[in-house]
Design a protein around this ligand. Sequence first.
Ligand code: HEM
Length: 249
Amino acid sequence: MPGTSTHRVRTVLGRSAGWLVVGLSTLYAVSAVGMAVTELLALLGAGPDAKPRVVPPLFVLHALTGAVALVTGAVQLQLGRPSSSGHARAHRTLGRCYLAAAWTTSVAGAATAVVFDVGVAGQAGFAVWSASWFPTTTIALRHIRARRVRAHRDWMIRSFALAFVFVFVTFDPVRQALESAGLPRTVVYPVALAGCAIVDLAAVEVWLRRDRPGAPPSRGRPYATPRMAARPCEPDGRCGSGRSAPAPT
Ligand code: HEM
């Protein structure tokens, strides 16, 4: 059937894109850890001079926790809904690591940005990034605490998209072109941050809309752990007994 083969192609493309995101996230996380370790060694006087940082300890902290957020978030989303109790346990552990890392990075990153010399617009860009990532992650947590699984998944995807802004900004060819053209950091940073965040978040919103119930099927359906599935369902979409997966919220 043509519909089935289209679905298969979409599934394969979706999985490949997921692994690409895991690969890129890991690559940029390793590079962030490298910079953090170089800075730490320089701070302790145990290594050569490192690139000057405005608040070195906060830089080290946010780069390390940012790396954890990138890897745990990407792996978590790629593994998808837990299909066994072992996977459900791993999902919760990875999820807790992601939450702690995302909250710490957004707070430490914002504190660093206050004294980062990229002008008011650049600092505002960092502030908006941080002020979106923290609550987005918290909303995702509140949804799963209330067993609104579908909403939890959607908000976690948005939260990870905000973590992924780091990869976009670092890689961004537009930013590199602006830098090569000799434009000042006070222009390059706000333009790059805004551009990358808008493209990243818009792509995620389009994808989430296509993946809504009623849209063509995809592999990203809400999951239910055995504990969730055993609980009674509410009309508002909370989990219910006799159903294998919660109603979408
Ligand atoms: C996944 C999340 C993040 C990771 C992995 C990460 C990692 C890094 C790395 C490796 C650098 C050094 C870049 C270079 O010198 O080429 C950096 C710089 C910086 N980051 Fe982040 N970051 C993340 C999120 C954030 C957030 C959310 C903010 C603030 C809202 C932020 C604020 C900053 C600032 C202000 C600098 C410049 C610090 C300096 O050079 O003194 N970062 N980040």
